[in-house]
Write a protein that binds this ligand. Structure first.
Ligand code: EPU
Length: 454
């Protein structure tokens, strides 16, 4: 892993990095999927619960993972990242601080998850409020209400959540929305509480199951993960022990490569996945006319020859259509036959790719949380800006299927969640280069027409 100064340097440098993509080549070959970002970040927080050295495998090399390492190091843990082995070792023998600073939490809101782990282990936490982000307001009220129900006294002061308790006691918690983060924070807090906690209307995402499996391996007593009701029977600190654990595959990364292969009318194998985690998405792709074949329990073959048909869908908590793949599906719909309607039900502002796709020639009309997509024959390349992680990835896919050359800017968003994105796409035959150029966009755009970039 990089030093802190290096991370700062790299994240600043990434602001001026861009992809140059020449579209129109069908993607072919095999791609191997890494560990789930949205799981590993929570497993890293869960490692705080047991004294001693835990080791997590199948860790993707992402900026978000780097930030989480900084967050848990700030709390006093000793960490080691082994790039070759793709593992992280976390020694949580001593937690010397209960503060997660705004400087780090504001960089990645998922780090708010240390709140539950710290209250559990130290009976005290001071964690910066993450605030909203580009895709929506993203409140944390359910996290806080859940911890209060367990007996934590919570104060919000100077932009920080301050939680303190003498003892957490298990309780019934009902979530108005099956929030992933709230389910995880409450689960972490209840592991060492006295008695039983029941979380009703809990999130059912595979990442919740992964966290529960991790904690149970550590000695916790959690049942019902993957259903809407979780029961956590509190255990004693001495019952928890450090563990070795392998993170589940990243279903959103897998869905992104499936989309890229289908969008470019290619044929490829997606390896190291759990196909069942993608059931809803896969069914929608089949309905659109893509070919998807299960090859073995951990790989699928994906291909597409003809123009896709339009479909309608609503994003939903798991097992429904994943919001994190909504932008990818929109890219497919932009050139499908007919009209498709997408309703985004989780976030207020997750259609930021729309103006960019329209600049490529798409015909998409947005009305609040609905998008009406009239399929056009083709998209054409241009300069595009990634506004957030998933919108950014969907623009890369759009550029790969478009006619001509595109530039995708603000790669730091994409680097948060896609490990070696351009490398993996190039292995599939995609014409994509990362280029670092401090020259203004105008002069770079001239360079776009220079084939030597590809
Ligand atoms: N919500 C509240 N109050 C709360 C918590 C959530 O109103 O206390 C609302 C949010 O504002 C949002 C909805 O509930 O509108 C769902 O939020 P949720 O808590 O489920 O999401 P999250 O835990 O913040 C995780 C993923 C997201 C993914 C969502 C939904 C991580 C680090 N992030 O976020 O992933 O979109 O679940 O599946 O696990 C991404 O990877 O690009 C990403 C954004």
């Amino acid at each position: 892993m990089y030093s802190k100064d290096m991370i700062k340097f790299l994240s600043e440098a990434k602001l001026v990095e861009r992809y140059i993509i020449k579209g129109g080549t069908p993607l072919k070959g095999e791609v191997s999927i890494g560990g789930a970002k949205n799981s590993v970040l929570k497993l890293m927080a869960a490692a705080l619960l047991a004294k001693g050295e835990s080791k997590i495998y199948n860790v993707p090399e992402l900026t978000d993972v780097e930030i989480m390492l900084s967050v848990i190091e700030q709390l006093g843990t000793k960490t080691k990242y082994d790039r070759k082995e793709k593992s992280i070792t976390i020694d949580a023998t001593n937690i010397t601080s209960v503060t997660a600073t705004y400087e780090l939490v504001s960089k990645m809101r998922a780090s708010f998850i240390v709140l539950g782990a710290l209250v559990s282990r130290c009976k005290e936490a001071r964690v910066a409020l993450p605030g909203g982000c580009a895709i929506g307001e993203r409140r944390v009220d359910f996290h806080i209400k859940g911890l209060e129900a367990l007996g934590a006294k919570i104060k919000i002061e100077n932009g920080y959540v301050y939680a303190k308790t003498n003892k957490l006691v298990g309780s019934d918690v009902y979530l108005d929305i099956p929030s992933v983060g709230a389910t995880e924070n409450i689960m972490l807090a209840s592991v060492l509480a006295e008695g039983s906690t029941r979380i009703q209307n809990a999130a059912q995402e595979p990442e919740i199951v992964d966290l529960a499996n991790f904690l149970n391996t550590m000695g916790a007593d959690i049942s019902g993960a993957g259903t809407s009701e979780l029961v956590i029977n509190g255990v004693k600190q001495e019952q928890l022990h450090p563990i070795e654990y392998t993170t589940i595959p990243d279903r959103i990364e897998a869905g992104t490569y499936m989309t890229a292969i289908i969008a470019t009318k290619g044929k490829g194998i997606i390896k190291n996945i759990y196909p069942a985690h993608l059931t809803f998405f896969t069914n929608k792709l089949l309905k659109m006319g893509a070919n998807i074949k299960l090859l073995d329990p951990t790989s699928m073959e994906v291909s597409c020859k003809n123009r896709l048909n339009s479909i309608n869908f609503v994003t939903q908590p798991y097992p429904g259509f994943p919001t994190d793949l909504q932008s990818m599906a929109m890219t497919l719909l932009s050139t499908a036959n007919g009209v498709g309607i997408i309703t985004e039900s989780l976030y207020e502002n997750r259609f930021m790719q729309v103006p960019e796709l329209n600049r490529m020639g798409a015909d998409i009309h947005q009305d609040r949380n609905h998008a009406i997509i009239k399929g056009v024959k083709k998209l054409s390349g241009t300069t595009l800006t990634a506004s957030d992680l998933r919108a950014g990835a969907s623009l890369v896919v759009a550029a790969l299927m478009a006619e001509g050359t595109s530039v995708v800017e603000k790669l730091h968003h994409i680097d948060r969640g896609y490990e070696n994105f351009e490398y993996k796409l190039r292995l599939l035959g995609g014409k994509i280069e990362r280029c670092r150029d401090d020259s203004p966009a105008g002069s770079l755009t001239e360079g776009v027409h220079n084939e030597s970039y590809i």
